[in-house]
Ligand binder design. Structure first.
Ligand code: PAF
Length: 286
């Protein structure tokens, strides 16, 4: 596996690649969810490039940028073991040579302003601004992203389509642990008790999916989720729990592409998750 440590090196490496290149952008602290993205990338394309960059642009001033885990050594071992061809390890300076504050930024309105975009006002602007730079630099045929960040996935699709990029965006099904908790680098922040309670988020979502078979009213289904989480996870706070379509528009009644999408604070950790309410919108990774 080649380690690419500068933009110049990335450009040279890219020029030497003849097969189809795919990028898997990450912020490191890799877990089995990331490895699932890499598996899909390897199956679909010739050359897999993974980036590890904790993007300062997508963290708010009171968020966990400095605390975010950076286990680089373990990450590199995992990538090597996963059969990745190259890893791009840029510095802040490489990505934003004049600093993020004055860097050109990309905004996707409406979709980027609701749910996570409401609670984290600069978040999607930061995500789009870095993902577009990574695409520009690596000129891939595809980009692979996790469905756990469903709003992010749909916003990146929208950004690339509306800017006429011919890059295939591939969403990969969420990987969960044995209890149902969606894997996330931020799960490391949870105490073992909180981790156990966090699994209730998935159980609450399943309850909503079952209820949605007979009752199509979103207000009723949201109520079920709120009630369940309040009962099962004392001290938690629901940031949002909504049912949206694939363009992240709030629904009043269930449509075929309806998806429950939630963010729940458990102590100081904010966990996000989502679930397609109808099977035909459930992703498979085959
Ligand atoms: O999902 C993430 O880890 C990040 O938002 C991404 C896509 C790597 C951009 O920094």
């Amino acid at each position: 596996m080649i380690q690419i440590k500068s933009v110049e090196q990335l450009k040279l490496w890219r020029q030497s690649q003849l097969g189809s290149v795919v990028i898997v952008p990450t912020m490191g602290a890799l877990h089995s969810g990331h490895l699932a993205l890499i598996e899909v990338a390897k199956r679909r394309f010739d050359v897999v490039l993974v980036s590890i960059f904790v993007n300062p642009g997508q963290f708010g001033p009171r968020e966990d940028f400095f605390q975010y885990p950076r286990p680089l050594h373990a990450d590199l071992e995992n990538l090597q073991h996963a059969g990745v061809d190259a890893v791009f390890l840029p510095t802040d300076q490489d990505i934003y040579p004049n600093g993020y504050r004055i860097a050109t930024r990309i905004k996707v309105p409406i979709m980027g302003k609701v749910l996570c975009g409401k609670s984290r006002p600069r978040f999607f602007e930061g995500v789009c601004s870095v993902v577009l730079r990574l695409i520009q630099l690596s000129r891939p045929m595809g980009i692979v992203l996790g469905e756990k960040d469903f709003q992010q996935l749909q916003i990146i699709k929208e950004m690339l389509t509306s800017l006429f990029y011919e890059v295939e965006v591939i969403g990969v099904k969420t990987v969960r642990d044995a209890t149902g908790l969606a894997l996330s680098s931020r799960n490391q922040y949870l105490s073992s008790d909180d981790r156990r309670l966090s699994a209730e988020i998935y159980h609450g979502m399943l309850l909503v999916r079952n209820a949605s078979i007979t009752n199509h009213r979103v207000s009723f289904l949201r109520h079920i989720f709120f009630q369940y989480i309040t009962d099962k996870i004392p001290g938690s706070r629901i940031d949002y729990a909504d049912i949206v379509d694939s363009r992240i528009r709030r629904l009043r009644v269930i449509k075929p592409d309806a998806r429950l999408i939630v963010a729940v604070w458990i102590e100081k950790t904010r966990l996000i998750d989502n679930l397609a309410l109808r099977d035909q919108f459930e992703l498979t990774n085959d």
